[in-house]
Write a new protein. Structure first.
Length: 556
């Protein structure tokens, strides 16, 4: 038997850890909702067996012995691996396309070796050894990306080395006066908080993939977390960087702001491994707030909800979360709630009766979450000011109950995709950002484009949306879509995903707000930054990596 890898990974065929899965037996509204949304009868559907790794045909490693030996000298024999499981785990991220491919054994090109350096010097030795041997390097954080940022180029004939950062998982130092922490790039979200929290600090970055994504991955994809309205996106949080490049370290000093020409810090942000391996980032950290609470609100329709979020962004209050779901996603949220009993069931029924009497069409109901953090007095003041805005837009407060539930289940929701895949259906997400002036048109236009795509592929499909991050000038819209597969899941997925992405571009958005470009979104990059913009990026990669050793064929 092969010894276990030095780092634990997610399931090779799906999300998260073994033994955890989505269940609907305790959610009575879920099966009828799914039947209505995509036509899938969960009571009749027979789930597939768990995929069998032994059935995969994994291409043999083409790593020459000399490369293997050089890497073993760099990181130690046991930290250079070529077993099939480890290589497959490092082949893809977790997009729907990735999961369909890996489950089907569609593995045209797999990393030939996986290395686990223990520290920054080890990373530098790996980079230099691999480049000297004319091998390709693909940095690996948690493997959670959904933009195709990890997959090896199928045309690559040189050996491919996946550099797993998982052993670089420590908070190295906290500058308490500056509120800056030096953290190794391979640290997963929970490991970062577990080291910061006992000392009274938090990074405040909580993407839905928090449990299985790393600081280096966040930086390399320009990630955004749920509390970004207060703490900023990772691009704001990251101040200093250390990147192992062929021949030496790139170092960006951590300062609050700098006038040092075009920003190299910004070049590394979103670079998806194409500029080198990030070994460490110095990030802003904050004192853990004395109080943190999420309140839920209902709005009579999407327009009222999005206008309220815009008004909050334009006001003097700064909640940590401003989120509003459209009517479809609100229906989904209500359907994934556990069965309500007793007072809670009565309260919801009573509330809905009151809303109906007020003339609300409950099919248009939009659920919103607003998060507040800080001293109790600040939280109270902020809440009061926000609730004035909510009221002015026709919304009403429904307390903290739904927010607590949302907080508890947000890291479990990703398991739903495996549940659907096991039953012949697929779901994925696409997100964008646009100015406030385009938000409502974008919302309606993307839904119309997806519905048209479903008509073209002849499938009954579902799409829903929430506004997830607010800024001075606009917001992020996050769409989730799902349908039961026909004969060609990947072609059907391409039709729907492309329609959604194209609508982003046509209606004033960008290809991605926080998932990066990878290969999945590359065709729309010129629309966002122009051909000249793409030429600048291509020039940067060509000049700094002339041998195309660093995760080639991503972004451009
Ligand atoms: P990986 O997937 O391992 O790598 C991603 C890219 O970064 C690759 O190109 C890789 O080569 C490069 N990379 C990784 N580490 C380094 C390094 N040390 N140096 C250089 N390059 C490196 N994203 C969000 O922003 N917000 C969300 O709320 C969110 N929710 C998600 C929910 C689900 C269910 C899923 C599947 C994904 C979600 N994502 C989200 C997307 C994903 O989690 C992010 O893209 C994340 O930043 C990827 O981090 P990772 O450590 O998993 O990187």
């Amino acid at each position: 038997t092969t010894p276990a890898a030095p780092v634990e990974h997610m399931k090779w065929w799906g999300w998260g850890v073994p033994g955890v899965a989505f269940h609907h037996e305790d959610k009575p509204e879920f099966a009828p909702f799914v039947k209505n949304a995509v036509g899938l009868d969960l009571h009749a559907a027979q789930p597939l067996e768990q995929p069998d790794f032994g059935a995969l045909d994994v291409p043999a490693s083409i790593a020459p012995d000399a490369l293997r030996e050089a890497l073993a000298r760099a990181v130690g024999e046991g930290n250079v691996r070529d077993d099939d499981l480890d290589r497959v785990v490092h082949t893809y991220g977790k997009s729907l396309r990735d999961l369909v491919r890996v489950r089907a054994g569609d593995l045209p090109r797999v990393p030939d070796l996986v290395v686990y350096p223990a520290d920054e010097d080890g990373v530098q030795r790996v980079v230099d050894a691999a480049v000297a041997a004319d091998a390709v390097l693909i940095p690996f954080g948690g493997g959670s990306n959904i933009a195709g940022s990890l997959q090896p180029d199928t045309a690559e004939t040189r050996p491919i080395v996946s550099v797993d950062l998982g052993r670089l998982d420590r908070v190295l130092d906290i500058d308490e006066a500056a509120g800056l922490a030096r953290i190794q790039a391979g640290a997963l979200g929970p490991a970062i908080e577990a080291q910061l929290n006992p000392r009274g600090w938090t990074i405040g970055h909580f993407p839905d993939s928090f449990t299985h994504s790393t600081l280096g991955g966040w930086v390399a994809t320009r990630s955004s977390g749920m509390q970004s309205d207060k703490y900023g996106d990772i691009a704001d949080i990251t101040r200093g960087l250390r990147v192992a490049r062929p021949g030496g370290m790139l170092e960006v000093r951590a300062v609050p702001s700098a006038s040092t020409g075009p920003s190299v810090r910004e070049m590394v942000l979103g670079s998806e491994g194409r500029l080198g391996v990030i070994t460490e980032a110095t990030v802003q950290v904050h004192r853990i707030p004395a109080k943190r609470v999420i309140h839920a609100y209902f709005f009579p329709n999407w327009k009222a909800g999005s206008a309220a979020m815009q008004a909050i962004a334009a006001s003097d209050v700064h909640p940590s979360v401003t989120r509003v779901s459209d009517a479809r996603e609100t229906g989904f949220s209500l359907a994934t709630s556990k069965e309500r009993r007793g007072f809670s069931a009565l309260a919801q029924k009573g509330l809905f009766t009151v809303l109906r009497k007020r003339g609300w069409d409950l099919d248009q109901l939009c659920l919103s979450f607003i998060g507040y953090e800080g001293e109790p007095s600040t939280v109270a003041e902020q809440r009061k000011a926000v609730e004035r805005i909510v009221k002015a837009h026709g919304g009403i407060g429904v307390g903290t109950g739904p927010g607590v539930l949302y907080d508890q289940k947000k890291f479990d929701t990703p398991y739903l995709r495996d549940f659907l895949l096991d039953r012949g259906a697929g779901g994925d997400v696409s997100e964008t950002a646009a100015p406030w002036s385009r938000i409502d048109g974008l919302h309606d236009g993307v839904i119309a484009a997806a519905e048209d795509a479903y008509r073209r592929i002849g499938r009954k499909g579902w799409i829903m949306c929430h506004l997830s991050h607010s800024y001075h000038s606009g917001a992020c819209l996050y769409f989730t879509f799902a349908f039961v597969f026909g004969d060609d899941p990947i072609a059907e997925y391409d039709t729907v995903k492309s329609a959604v992405q194209q609508a982003f571009i046509d209606l004033g958005g960008v290809p991605s707000h926080h998932h990066g470009i990878g290969v999945e979104h590359a065709q729309w990059l010129p629309d966002a930054i122009s051909g000249q913009g793409v030429a600048v990026i291509e020039g940067l990669f060509a000049a700094t990596d002339p041998g195309r050793h660093l995760n080639p064929a991503k972004i451009t």
